[in-house]
Design a protein around this ligand. Structure first.
Ligand SMILES: [Zn+2]
Length: 282
């Protein structure tokens, strides 16, 4: 009963939210993110939350440079509503969480440090209900909460710095800041995270989605869809390259979930708004 009450509150909040999906200056974010990365390289130390956010917004701007947002405000707001409701059930509800649907027909989702999450139009259109969307977003949110990309970026930045020091002929250390940000960011996103980070995101993502009132089996349903998809399909190439096989992820979740979540199969009625939002996507 309690769960149902908070869920209804969530839906009301969600439908009254009018904030723009993205309301910051991407050019500035890109520049500041690049400068922050350079500071991280120079200082070689822990990054505070403000830097984490700056860096992530710079990387998000880079990602948007290669893959623009879907031009549909209603869909963007809908995905933000779902994501922000989920964020309230995490240990970092005060991060500047924002969610964007990319125009891309690939099936994928990304997280950048500090709370910017992207899901592609291709993936969104292959989902069947809001619990599946929540499962995908919550998985990405764990990457932010556990600072997986931040750690990978720092490692990559340190290696980059070591390379610079080894090469004394390289005099332009103060040089193209943006190039460095692009390079480090692109590398991490093209290579993917450690498998253990991905499994952790599955495991903890399910808990966040369940806490927010969604069917815990949303993410497993998405993994089943991916498992059944043709692995040779080019729209799946990057996701399959950067993630463990869907079957391996399902096997692990099977073990963890067993029948522990059966009492939480949500009575949530969100199908209508999910379908209404998806009908906007072309
Ligand atoms: Zn992941």
């Amino acid at each position: 009963m309690y769960k149902r009450t908070i869920l209804v509150t969530g839906l009301v909040l969600a439908f009254t939210g009018t904030a723009a999906a993205f309301d910051f200056d991407w050019q500035k974010a890109l520049k500041v993110g690049g400068e922050t990365l350079q500071k991280v390289q120079a200082a070689n130390k822990t990054v505070d939350e403000a830097q984490e956010i700056e860096l992530g917004q710079g990387i998000a701007a880079n990602l948007l440079g290669t893959s623009p947002l879907l031009d549909n405000n209603r869909v963007q707001l809908y995905v933000n509503d779902v994501g922000r409701w989920l964020s309230l059930h995490t240990e970092r509800p005060n991060l500047p969480w924002q969610f964007g649907v990319l125009e891309s027909t690939d099936l994928n989702a990304f997280a950048t440090p500090g709370g910017t999450i992207f899901v592609t139009k291709g993936l969104l259109m292959n989902l069947s209900n809001e619990s599946e969307l929540a499962g995908v977003l919550a998985h990405e949110m764990v990457h932010v909460l556990s600072k997986h990309h931040l750690a990978a970026l720092q490692k990559s930045a340190r290696m980059d710095l070591a390379g610079d020091l080894a090469n004394e002929a390289l005099k332009d250390r103060a040089g193209p800041i943006l190039d460095k940000a692009v390079k480090a960011g692109t590398e991490v996103y093209a290579r993917g995270l450690d498998k253990s980070d991905e499994f952790e995101a599955d495991r903890k993502g399910i808990i966040i989605a369940t806490r927010a009132g969604y069917d815990p089996y949303g993410l497993p349903a998405v993994l089943q869809m991916l498992d059944a998809a043709n692995a040779q399909d080019s729209s799946l190439a990057l996701m399959f390259k950067t993630h463990p096989a869907p079957r391996a992820r399902l096997n692990l979740l099977d073990k963890i979930m067993a029948d522990n979540f059966d009492n939480y199969r949500a009575p949530v009625q969100t199908d209508k708004r999910f379908l209404a939002a998806l009908a906007q996507v072309k």
